[in-house]
Design a protein around this ligand. Structure first.
Ligand SMILES: Nc1nc2c(ncn2[C@@H]2O[C@H](COP(=O)(O)OP(=O)(O)OP(=O)(O)O)[C@@H](O)[C@H]2O)c(=O)[nH]1
Length: 904
């Protein structure tokens, strides 16, 4: 190899001449001009210098501090975490923040680049020139490699710092500053990617230099991922821990709530009086939990004090207000006092009342019992319910305008005196007048219209029906027509009719019938009636007398006019508007039409389609007819109408009333039905002789009504006068009816309707009357001696009732046949029909319910044996002491006398 000048060598290496000259100078070579020749030795010297120079950094470069680039990146992810089963999953936001710091050393890069370029040039020069040049080139490559390694280390350090800084943001550990990083102290710029990814070559080297500070190294990325994975793991662990904590808390809360609920759960039907205001309300209403915001506090805790609802035994006895209806079932009463029925029964036994759990006890007993048990009885009237339900009807009734109404008339009189004929004549001529087919039906009442007004006739002639209606509480009749046959005169039932009408305080009009007959003698009849205190107007009395003929129709018009006049005198008025009410006259079950009831409207206007309550039946009026079977839509006061639509047939005398709706009708009907079932109570309370004095003591001005039945007229007169004579300032004894003969149903009804006491003097009640007397608890007294009757009524009035010697009838035997025996006289072959016959007890012989003999038994035999007692259903032979006039059909009454202490 030949020596080259500086200029030539600089060109070979590719370094500017002046820079090359500096390098030569630094290498300590003498050549300092372009034309100077450089020997081989000098070349080696230069190479050594360059190699030496590569081993240490430039002093200027050391001062230049590293420049940093920090990249921050954050990613947000969401984790869905299910905490408690059944609740919504919880969403946790996870934010990962990454910070990567790159340290840029541009001087290093530049230096490296310059060194590299020098080395390259030198290398090239050396490679082209000589072995020294090739060595030089090798040295340059080594230098480059050193630089690359240094750069890599530096980048790694920078990444570590960045990761540390990044982590510090999560962990709170102070970040290591970039200055502290070891890589910073490591000089040498680093071509990163190119160097590591490609094999080092001459061609690659410049490219590597160019790529010095740019993209992050793949090794650093993997580390970052590793860190991130770790962080994620930590985070997930933290989330998991948090989730578990929340779950535990939820479970604990649920348990607490459940526990509280268990404690709180009240018994069915028990009203818990919560001391937690407002909360009980929500609980009772069963408010949906969905709508209720969840509260942190336990459900039943206020002010940190859990509320307590457990049973606490009362320290003082609980006093109940016990409402008691007219009768009450034992179990019901027990329930009202919150005690067991057995307790009630026990207490009732102490009071002397034997009762079972399902038995009804009366109001008085219940009141005593309730008081004894320390509670407060509140006796209730059965009518309270009705009054409450019918309040509207009643209030309306008070304010309605009253208008004149037609009189309602009942015809009474003795048998065959012409009651039916009279009614028929009026109906035929007046009611059915103009009817093509005549009378198509026969209803319980009908109305007659005249120019002066209308009259309503009740088609149930006779005082028995009249009084029976009264006994049921139905005061319907305004005027009574007493029919007396002018050819016959006053008869027993004429008297009865007059008495019944008077007892009802109803004015009388006398119709002297059969006036067409030759035998008719109205004057005689008038005289007879005058003796009964029924005095004609023309004789100065107050009773209208009319001569009529039901056969010829004579005097009928005058009779009707007289009725209208009487109605005017009575000023009969009723409200014509508003809710209708009245009385059921009769009812029947029709095959095709169902229950058909004839009702008499007393107040208001009844319209088709209205709901009515009648007795304990109810219904909507489907159809309504008048007495001519014409369908009508409405009817006013005193009009008799037939109605269809009731649930069943009501009883005659039942009150009917229009109600607002079916519900009220049904409830009231059910209530009345219940009452009917539970009480044996009559519509009216029967009067009691025992009550007389106590009623007087209550300050009542008392009228003691008597119905007297005697065996003979003489006894009746004597008894009547004696008893009525007992009247004083405080009590008026009034005989509302006196008659001869046994006590019949009519007498019992009259006594009931008039709150009278029944007195039987040597007479007995017949079977029907006995049943009624027993059912309605009518006070019946039998006497055989006048002064006994007088004495007892006297004592009752004065309140000095002596212990009563009560006669109890123990048996009744009917005489079937009579045998004559020379030894014993008349022996009555009898059948015991009630109770028993006892030999030693006193007896009475009755004929047609009238006592004909009172005495003792002589003999009592069954077949041929003497016996002491014969029971019901057995035959026996009875011999009555000192009495032989026993006849078949007579009755032998066996009785005993017992002393009963009076209680006022
Ligand atoms: N001559 C005549 N006979 C009459 C008159 N009124 C009724 N009669 C007759 O008297 C008899 C009895 O008449 P009723 O109408 O049945 O008498 P009642 O009072 O209804 O009889 P009871 O229903 O049994 O209570 C009948 O034969 C009638 O024809 C009348 O004014 N003149």
């Amino acid at each position: 190899m030949s020596d080259k000048t500086v200029q030539e060598l600089a060109e070979v290496v590719g370094i500017p001449l002046d820079r090359f000259l500096v390098q030569l100078k630094e290498a300590g070579l003498s050549a300092d001009a372009a034309d100077d020749v450089i020997s081989e030795d000098e070349k080696l010297k230069l190479l050594a210098h360059l190699r030496k120079r590569h081993g240490k950094p430039d002093s200027q470069q050391e001062d230049a501090g590293p420049k940093r680039i920090t990249l921050k990146r954050s990613t947000k992810t969401e984790l869905r975490q299910s905490t408690t089963p059944g609740t919504a999953a919880k969403t946790v936001s996870v934010e990962v923040r990454k910070k990567t710091t790159y340290i840029k050393r541009p001087d290093i890069g530049q230096q490296a680049a310059s060194v590299d370029s020098e080395a390259d040039k030198q290398l090239a020069e050396l490679g082209q020139a000589s072995d020294v040049e090739s060595v030089l080139q090798t040295a340059a490559v080594e230098a480059i490699q050193t630089q690359v390694e240094t750069g890599t280390q530096q980048v790694e350090a920078a990444e570590i710092i960045a990761a540390a800084a990044d982590l510090s943001s999560d962990t709170g550990i102070a970040p290591v500053s970039a200055a502290e990083a070891p890589a910073i102290e490591t000089p040498a710029p680093a071509p990163i990617e190119a160097v590591l990814s490609e094999p080092v070559s001459e061609a690659a080297a410049p490219a590597a230099v160019e790529a010095t500070v740019a993209t992050p190294a793949p090794a650093a990325v993997s580390k970052e991922e590793q860190l991130e994975i770790e962080r994620k793991e930590r985070l997930e662990a933290a989330v998991q821990r948090n989730a578990e904590k929340v779950k535990k808390q939820a479970e604990a809360k649920q348990q607490t709530l459940h526990k509280k609920k268990q404690e709180f759960k009240p018994a069915r039907g028990v009203t818990v009086d919560l001391d937690v205001e407002g909360r009980s309300e929500a609980g009772r209403r069963g408010k949906s939990k969905k709508n209720k915001p969840r509260k942190e506090k336990p459900e039943f805790e206020i002010g940190g004090q859990p509320s307590r609802h457990k049973f606490e035994k009362p320290v003082v006895p609980v006093v109940h207000q016990v409402t008691i209806p007219e009768t009450i079932i034992v179990s019901e009463l027990a329930a009202k006092m919150s005690i067991k029925a057995a307790e009630v029964i026990k207490h009732l036994m102490k009071l002397g009342v034997m009762s079972t759990i399902n038995q009804a006890i009366d109001q008085e007993t219940a009141v005593i019992l309730v008081e004894e048990m320390g509670h407060t009885p509140v006796p209730q009237s059965e009518d309270d319910f009705e009054q409450e339900m019918l309040a509207e009807v009643k209030s309306e009734g008070d304010n309605r305008k009253l208008l004149p109404r037609a009189p309602i008339v009942t015809i009474m009189g003795h048998v065959d005196h012409g009651k039916t004929s009279l009614l028929d004549y009026i109906r035929k001529t007046r009611v059915a007048a103009g009817e093509a087919g005549g009378i198509t039906q026969h209803i319980g009442a009908y109305q007659v219209k005249t120019d002066h007004g209308a009259v309503t006739f009740l088609d149930t002639p006779g005082h028995a029906a009249f009084t029976a209606m009264r006994a049921r509480g139905a005061e319907v009749t305004d005027i009574v027509i007493v029919v007396v046959a002018a050819d016959d005169g006053v008869m027993p039932q004429t008297r009865e009719a007059i008495d019944h009408a008077r007892a009802a305080n109803v004015p009388i009009i006398v119709a002297l019938n059969k006036i067409d007959k030759k035998e008719a003698n109205p004057d005689k009849v008038m005289q007879e009636l005058a003796t009964l205190n029924v005095v004609p107007e023309e004789w100065g009395g107050d009773v209208q007398f009319l001569k009529v003929s039901a056969k010829s129709g004579e005097g009928i018009d005058e009779l009707i006019e007289a009725l209208i006049v009487q109605a005017e005198v009575l000023e009969l008025k009723a409200p014509a508007e508003g809710i209708a009410s009245g009385i059921c006259i009769e009812s029947r079950l029709d095959k095709g039409r169902g229950a058909v009831a004839t009702i008499l409207i007393q107040k208001g206007t009844l319209s088709k389609g209205e709901f009515v309550l009648c007795g304990h039946e109810y219904g909507r009026i489907r159809a309504m007819f008048d007495e001519n079977a014409h369908a009508i839509k409405s009817a006013g006061p005193s009009a008799p109408v037939e109605i269809l639509g009731l649930s069943s047939t009501p009883d005659a005398g039942d009150e009917f009333l229009v109600v607002q709706n079916e519900r009220i009708a049904r409830e009231l009907a059910a209530h009345r039905e219940d009452r009917k079932r539970s009480t044996r109570h009559a519509a009216q309370h029967a009067a009691k002789l025992d009550d007389v004095f106590s009623r007087m003591s209550n300050g009542e001005t008392l009228t003691l009504n008597l119905v007297i039945k005697t065996d003979v007229q003489g006894s009746l007169e004597a008894l009547r006068e004696s008893l009525v004579g007992l009247s004083n300032d405080e009590v008026q004894v009034k005989c509302i009816y006196g008659g001869v003969g046994g006590i019949n149903e009519g007498d019992a009804n009259l006594a009931l309707a008039s709150s009278a006491i029944l007195i039987g003097f040597n007479v007995r009640a017949d079977a029907v009357a006995r049943k009624l007397i027993e059912e309605k608890d009518i006070d019946l007294h039998y006497y055989s001696i006048i002064y006994e009757a007088i004495d007892e009524v006297k004592r009752a009035i004065s309140g000095m009732l002596a212990p009563e010697i009560q006669e109890k009838i123990v048996g009744l035997a009917e005489v079937r046949d009579v045998f004559r025996s020379p030894k014993f006289g008349a022996i009555a072959g009898c059948m015991v029909i009630d109770g028993f016959v006892k030999r030693n007890l006193p007896i009475r012989v009755l004929r047609n319910n009238v006592v004909i003999y009172e005495g003792q038994l002589e003999s009592l035999r069954r077949f041929k044996d003497d016996v002491n007692e014969v029971k019901m259903g057995m035959e026996c032979g009875i011999g009555v002491k000192n009495y032989n006039d026993v006849k078949p059909g007579d009755q032998i009454e066996v009785f005993e006398r017992i002393e009963v202490k009076r209680e006022l």
